[in-house]
Design a binder for this molecule. Sequence first.
Ligand code: ADP
Ligand code: MG
Length: 274
Amino acid sequence: MAAATKTFFTPVPSPGAETLIPPTLKSPNLHYIPHSSAKRLPSLTIRASAAAVPSPSDGASHPKSPEQFRVEILSESLPYIQRFRGKTIVVKYGGAAMKDPKLKASVVSDLVLLSCVGLRPILVHGGGPEINRWLKQLNIEPLFHEGLRVTDAETMEIVSMVLIGKSYNINADTVAGELAASLGAEKLILLTDVAGILEDRDDPNSLVKETDIEGVKKLIAEKKVAGGMIPKVNCCLRAIEQGVRTASIIDGRVQHSLLHEIMSEEGLGTMITA
Ligand code: ADP
Ligand code: MG
């Protein structure tokens, strides 16, 4: 059995660290509470204290302009930029996020932004939908075993046609996980077409927000993860067991989900820690 997914990785070029903001907090109304754990905190750790520096824009008569919002949000991103700059973040994307050209462009722009502020994003992308589109046109039913494509001789012809060039005949999640481990990445982030790991895969409201190796093993043992989610959780486990700090499975259908996951305490999808 072989699984085929078009997979190649692209280091996003870094613009150089010299353009970064100095690593000290200058804003008087911003209190960053550092924490050593990679785990999520129950509430936001960045608190803007309105009392510290009253802004003339506070109050109903002076609503904040979009520019003020942008400046404030940029300023509040500083602790995350400081925490993650210079760190490698392996991002795998496929599924719905890859099919929609608008989402695709937005993922690329998020990666550029992360790179501009000093993170080292590495992109790994799959080719499942493209292969399936070709198979459908030729009336061949795509076949999967435990989330991995079963590549028979007929499918292999299509796969090799789609995957001409720099490709690996393995699942892109697996590649991303191994890459994250071997690069000593801080984070592995898998963008997909669901909110994250669902406790009940038929219930979109059953998102597991945070779990650890034990929790994931339990979900696997209880057969709560199936299909394409199997290689995802397995590669997250392998990456974490090899030292990657956190592995997240997030919703690629949501615009800027990548930024939301990295630049916020509550995150977006499922975060797995050791
Ligand atoms: P990608 O193209 O991003 O690799 P896959 O289709 O391979 O996406 O894997 C994601 C799919 O896994 C989801 O769309 C969902 O159908 C399936 N799945 C199975 N079990 C779960 C679960 N417990 N939580 C979330 N998704 C699950
Ligand atoms: Mg998949």
